[in-house]
Design a protein around this ligand. Sequence first.
Ligand SMILES: Cc1cc2nc3c(=O)[nH]c(=O)nc-3n(C[C@H](O)[C@H](O)[C@H](O)COP(=O)(O)OP(=O)(O)OC[C@H]3O[C@@H](n4cnc5c(N)ncnc54)[C@H](O)[C@@H]3O)c2cc1C
Length: 435
Amino acid sequence: MRIQLPNKYYDVVVVGGGMVGASFACALRRELNKATDKHRKKNKPNDERKKDSAEISILVVEAVDQANSPGQASITQPSFDARSTALSYGSSQILEAMGLWQQLSDTTCPIKEIHVSDRGRIGTTRLHHEDHQVDALGYVVENRELGVVLNTVMESATSIHLFCPASISAIKATAAGMDLVVKSDSLEHSISTSLVVLADGGRSPICEQLSIEQQVQDYEQHALIANIGFEKMHRNIAFERFTDTGPLAILPLKSLGKQNRASLVWTLTAQQSAEYMAMAEEELLEILQERFGNRLGKLLHIGEKFCYPLRLSVAREQLRPGLVLLGNVAHTLHPVAGQGLNLALRDVAALASTLRGAVADGADLGSMDVLQQYICKQEFDQKRTIMFTDNITRLFSSNSQGKILARKFGLITIDLMPSIKQGFAEQAMGLSING
Ligand SMILES: Cc1cc2nc3c(=O)[nH]c(=O)nc-3n(C[C@H](O)[C@H](O)[C@H](O)COP(=O)(O)OP(=O)(O)OC[C@H]3O[C@@H](n4cnc5c(N)ncnc54)[C@H](O)[C@@H]3O)c2cc1C
């Protein structure tokens, strides 16, 4: 529920109510509700030292106002902007366990097939949902729609306090956790907490304040994103096409009336993206058609365009006593393989269930023992997903003869060898989680 004045103490403070921070607050609330129900069913006598799960207080501090009117995600909120996200099959299961999938499923578009190709060269691979015994390999959701669902849950849950617009202006470690100064309008509020879950995105001034460094590799690429309209139906196919300027992804969206729609993520050099951002629609459609080919028939429209610089950024520390990093602040990935939010959602689920266990044991939520349990669950998944995305980005962004050959044989090999194809599909579906 939205609050005007925060309490002096919260068990958990989530900094950033974007896709990851909001998902975490909803996941933790769900986990704690499950624990309370179990506790009540068993009718256990209350251990004096232990808090009941229902008593765990959660505050979400978000800098940008998310709701212009009830249930509507604002266009100014950076996480829930005009992008679309390919959610893996694994993420749909996590959102289902969080009780959100039913509300989302009406607005998502299933991906039944993924078609990977290299422009102008032989070698393609196709992944079909039927080969993996699932209804869909993944689902495409418009970020705004996800924002509406997450905000609606945060606004209605009495166990979540949403303080917005507000931002953290100071943070200090204490023996019992963290002390924060939260600024809203021109007022400052002092809050203490056992655990800060930092989910404030890729450029975090709080990390700077705490001297947490990021290991950064600039890909020197930009992603131009827009919704596109075209002649033929997409038949729920997601296209991943590698071109001499970099990878290009076309993700199927729900049709609007008779309009066939998809979300375009086009990787370009900084100079090209500046040129294309300024280009007239007709001219840009011609270039895109030439790059992508005719699989969707004639390309008819490009909607409003947005541009994002791309880099790999990994925090050198994800844990400190009373602090854990989640989402882009922990790891920002190239969007080419659609793994960033999917990995973050697996982190979210692992952290929420670890904290539920800690509450049941009466442990201090911000203790390193508890936080280490979380990172042990996720370390392998994080490393593998970061490596998978970085390798794909480098392999498919280079025009060196060696990389072109590797791509050609790579795609043919993936297509011909069932075990490699299965491994590739599992990573794309978010299923190859902990080895
Ligand atoms: C073009 C593009 C396409 C992508 N496509 C996919 C995809 O298909 N599949 C996929 O899995 N991933 C994809 N991603 C990655 C995905 O978008 C990110 O993983 C995700 O946005 C990370 O969310 P976040 O909440 O960590 O950070 P953000 O989205 O940056 O949100 C951070 C939030 O914190 C708030 N905030 C910042 N500072 C403060 C403060 N001091 N106090 C309070 N609040 C604060 C901000 O207002 C914001 O709401 C894509 C990324 C890009 C750029």
